[in-house]
Design a protein around this ligand. Structure first.
Ligand code: SF4
Length: 333
């Protein structure tokens, strides 16, 4: 007999994969789930928060907010890695970029995030060495090709990006590279969630939890939400049916008066242990990103939204990445 919760890999061709994924966009399934959500929605109302930028975009792109019953409010949390990178970290990286012989390697979004007085893009324009990478392994290749320079990779993101950075560090050591280092500004999702559920102004009833983080961490790191704070949560994926199924499962929990952490993304997630080590820092720039990230205001309520702050000219980090709340609202609402 096989133990439970063991995921076995299988190889499928592109056509099979496309067919299987199509089920997660199926309008009939979506309609059934929307009906369930309507039937189970608490009369007194409920506020659900999605805490991942990929969910924010999926909800916006598929018009899911507009499909909710009047009593159900979907609120966007601070799940964009760029948005939760503090000013202090940006300033520190800019200071590093100004050191002769140092090359900063980072994701494209990061170059546009404004620090206190500058951004990496401005530093690049001023002649500093700033290279855009698509992966930490690109930065490793840069280090190998430029042994006379110190290559500093800026590591941002949550549990989904941290392992790749760790792998790059191990590879650098194995290759004997002495000129590769990482400025680690990673965050962990459970710590950020605890900050949110403890916020008395938010009054959250449930959380839509990110499937890709759950794939890395399992569901155990989220269990404290239900056990200690009585907040139900469902880990789910990013296709429309995934998101709706996650919301429907939350509605059922609220309807039955339960608070548990459930999985609606069984194709990627299973329970397994993880110990978070890094404290989250939610320290956005001095616009209204702080209020947006804590879900105290909608992006469109910021006085700068659309008028001064746009994706082409971002004032705050929430407008920089396509997964930032302000950028998602700019694009879809
Ligand atoms: Fe910050 Fe711009 Fe969003 Fe306002 S609209 S909160 S300035 S990112």
């Amino acid at each position: 007999m096989q133990p439970q919760n063991i995921h076995r890999s299988r190889t499928v061709d592109a056509g099979t994969m496309q067919n299987e994924l199509a089920a997660f966009k199926d309008p009939k399934l979506a309609c059934g789930l929307i009906e369930s959500i309507g039937k189970l929605a608490p009369e007194g109302g409920a506020t659900l928060m999605e805490v991942c930028g990929t969910h924010t975009v999926a909800i916006a792109r598929n018009g899911i907010r507009n499909l909710m019953p009047d009593s159900v409010r979907l609120s966007s949390g601070p799940g964009c890695p760029v948005c939760v990178t503090s000013n202090r970290d940006i300033d520190a990286v800019i200071a590093l970029a100004r050191i002769p012989n140092v090359t900063i390697a980072t994701f494209g979004d990061m170059t546009r995030v404004p620090g206190s007085t500058s951004s990496l893009l401005k530093e690049q324009a001023a002649g500093r060495s700033v290279q855009i990478c698509y992966s930490p392994l690109d930065a490793l290749a840069l280090a190998k090709a430029n042994l006379d320079r110190e290559i500093v990779f800026v590591g941002v993101g949550f549990e989904t990006t941290t392992p790749l950075v760790a792998m790059a560090i191990k590879r650098a050591a194995a290759m004997g590279l002495k000129n590769f280092s990482v400025f680690a500004a990673h965050k962990n999702m459970p710590g950020a969630l605890e900050t949110l559920v403890k916020d008395p102004d938010l009054k959250l009833d449930a959380l839509i939890l990110p499937g890709h983080v759950g794939t890395i961490t399992g569901t155990k790191p989220f269990e404290f939400l239900a056990k200690e704070y009585g907040i139900p949560g469902v880990v789910t994926g990013f296709e429309p049916v995934d998101v709706l199924q996650g919301i429907a499962m939350i509605m059922r929990q609220l309807h039955e008066g339960r608070a548990e952490i459930e999985i609606a993304y069984a194709r990627g997630v299973m329970p397994q242990r993880f110990q978070p080590e890094i404290e989250p820092t939610i320290n956005p720039k001095g616009c209204r990103c702080g209020d947006v990230l804590r879900a105290h205001m909608e992006p469109s309520e910021c006085p700068l939204f659309r008028k001064v702050c746009t994706p082409e000219n971002p004032v705050g980090p929430c407008m920089v990445s396509s997964e930032g709340s302000c950028a998602a609202y700019y694009r879809y609402y």
